[in-house]
Design a protein around this ligand. Structure first.
Ligand code: ATP
Length: 308
């Protein structure tokens, strides 16, 4: 579990994070979303102890360890794949991972088996003897993920892990994340909203250093369903049609675009409208629902984004 309370972080006079609070339940995958410059990388860097938070930050716990008081122990609880990893091209994969395992405190007699284990986890066992410089981008990302898994940390922080990968590698990488979700608490920062919608149990949106949404899948799905619109067209429709539509349960607003009506409602209205049309003998010439998407929610909540 990750618990963050009133986390602030400034660069000079500029507050990149302004007293943010959120929790990531153990064993969940949380999508961390926000426009460029919103503060995602800064948050992840603080959680890896790479950056110090500002004084006044109240709580930073990772997997039961207080990162403010025991940063070294907290480091062992967190594996991170941050941005595009600058891997040493001259080393073989196994040499690189062995040196990283030493740095992460894996004991000497366990290093070989640990490297074998993490390569197996990311389906890259066959690359063990290859030079890193010869690997494709997709494989390099997998080696970066293998590095994050060394020492079996309970928390994984993945910053745009599929950026720059081809669609096949993206699909493979998503499969890997899906497999890891059962053993780790994961924060996945991404600009690919479809990816987040597909993989994540929770969504945390950040804008200008502040959290603007923090919901589990059930809550955000409900929110999307309640933010959709339904368009209705009735042959020879009149004001009586508008009044009828407005009387349906769940309708918040009825607007017209000249040819038909657009309904904002907190539920799917299609069957209720069908039933009303049958009762009142309306001939429907159009009936469709546009469900809100995570993308439309993102645009609505995060505003115009970075200005410079
Ligand atoms: P992106 O999606 O572009 O990676 P982000 O959400 O990860 O953006 P951060 O990189 O955390 O955002 O940046 C948050 C704010 O802090 C931005 O205004 C950015 O310009 C600023 N910032 C980040 N790193 C530094 C730095 N080293 N020095 C000064 N300002 C910085």
């Amino acid at each position: 579990m990750i618990e963050v309370e009133k986390l602030s972080r400034s660069y000079g006079n500029r507050k990149a994070l302004d007293s943010i609070s959120f929790q990531v339940p153990a064993g969940s995958v949380t999508g961390f979303l926000g426009p460029n410059g919103a503060g995602k990388t800064t948050t992840l860097r603080v959680l890896t102890s790479w950056l110090l938070p500002d004084p006044g930050t109240e709580k930073l716990w990772v997997s039961g360890v207080d990162l403010l008081r025991q940063p070294q122990l907290a480091c062992r609880k967190v594996g991170a794949l941050l941005e595009q990893l600058p891997l040493p091209g001259e080393l073989r994969v196994c040499e690189f991972l062995q040196s990283r395992a030493v740095l992460k405190g894996v004991s000497g007699n366990r290093i070989s088996s640990e490297v074998e284990r993490v390569l197996g986890e990311v389906d890259a066992t066959e690359s063990s003897r290859r030079g890193i410089g010869t690997l494709s981008q997709g494989y390099r990302q997998r080696i970066g993920l293998a590095d994050a898994l060394l020492g079996d940390p309970p928390v994984l922080l993945l910053d745009e892990p599929t950026r720059g990968l081809d669609p096949r590698q993206v699909a493979l990488f998503r499969e890997l994340i899906d497999r890891l979700r059962h053993q780790h608490t994961i924060i996945l920062s991404s600009h690919v909203l479809g990816e987040v919608e597909q993989i994540c149990d929770r969504v945390c949106m950040i804008s200008e250093g502040q959290i603007c949404l923090d919901e589990d899948r059930e809550a955000w799905t409900r929110r999307l369903e309640s933010s959709g619109t339904t368009r209705v067209e009735v042959v020879d429709g009149s004001k009586e049609v508008a009044a009828g539509l407005a009387s349906l349960e769940g309708v918040c607003e009825v607007l017209t675009d000249g040819a038909g009506w657009i309904l904002h409602a907190d539920r799917d209205l299609r069957s209720a409208i069908g039933e009303l049309a049958r009762q009142r003998k309306w001939a429907l010439s159009d009936l469709r629902t546009d469900r809100a998407t995570l993308e439309s929610l993102f645009l609505q909540l995060t505003g115009p984004g970075e200005t410079s």
